[in-house]
Design a protein around this ligand. Structure first.
Ligand SMILES: [Zn+2]
Length: 226
């Protein structure tokens, strides 16, 4: 049965217990049966190396999409990153509270996921983490637009990405149904800051929006070289 537009037939759990999304919709079988699911604990990295990553982000007028558990900005074409000699174009970014991946022994209170695709549809995500600190300019624009009921938001995507692009790298999945695998995950080692008030505002909008930790199975997880 088709869900009404904007409605979803899955919900987040508490972030700890497995969600078992396939029970309510068999199209989500990969969420529970897949062997390459995300998020994971990045502290379980089993290799070290410097991933060559060239990224180009800037100011964009994006379309703000809000729904329960969702704060997303769909961007205009023209930005992206080159990883593994493939060009991944930025499609959208969205936020989760708390972070989905665990890093340095913790889930940070906020994460941004920058979702990219190649021309043939191969997916790559760049994840960045935020800890409480200084106000973040891009997040300020998003909260302001949401409070104004605006459909458009102009911001600099670079404000959501650290200058130092050392990343964790592994093959995983989308973290929401249908949990499609083959996603080239990159998570920045450098943690950014957002103000406690910004984090609280996003927690208010998003609620608990982090999937449970998924088993690593036999995957390679590359941590940035020391
Ligand atoms: Zn995400």
């Amino acid at each position: 049965m088709a869900a009404p537009e904007g409605a979803v037939d899955w919900v987040y759990g508490d972030g700890e217990l497995p969600e078992k999304w396939s029970i309510t919709n068999q199209n989500y079988a990969t969420c529970d049966a897949g062997m390459m699911q995300s998020p994971i604990d990045l502290d379980s990295a089993n290799a070290q190396g410097d991933i060559a990553l060239a990224a180009s982000y800037g100011e964009t007028a994006g379309e703000l999409k809000l729904a329960p558990g969702k704060v997303q900005v769909v961007v205009d074409p023209g930005m992206g990153m080159i990883s593994g000699q493939r060009l991944f174009s930025l499609l959208q970014f969205h936020l989760h509270t708390p972070s989905e991946h665990r890093m340095n022994g913790q889930r940070y209170p906020l994460t941004a996921h920058l979702v990219h695709a190649t021309a043939t549809g191969e997916l790559a995500v760049l994840g960045t983490m935020f800890r409480p600190g200084a106000e973040n300019a891009a997040i300020a624009k998003i909260i302001e637009a949401a409070q104004d009921g605006a459909k458009q938001v102009t911001l600099d995507v670079q404000d959501l990405v650290p200058e130092d692009m050392r990343v964790y790298r592994y093959m995983g999945s989308l973290t929401t149904p249908p949990c499609t695998e083959g996603v080239n995950w990159h998570v920045a080692d450098t943690v950014l800051e957002a103000s406690p008030a910004q984090i609280a505002a996003l927690e208010q909008m998003l609620g608990q929006s982090a999937r449970s930790m998924q088993p690593l199975n036999k995957r390679l997880v590359v941590a940035p070289a020391e």
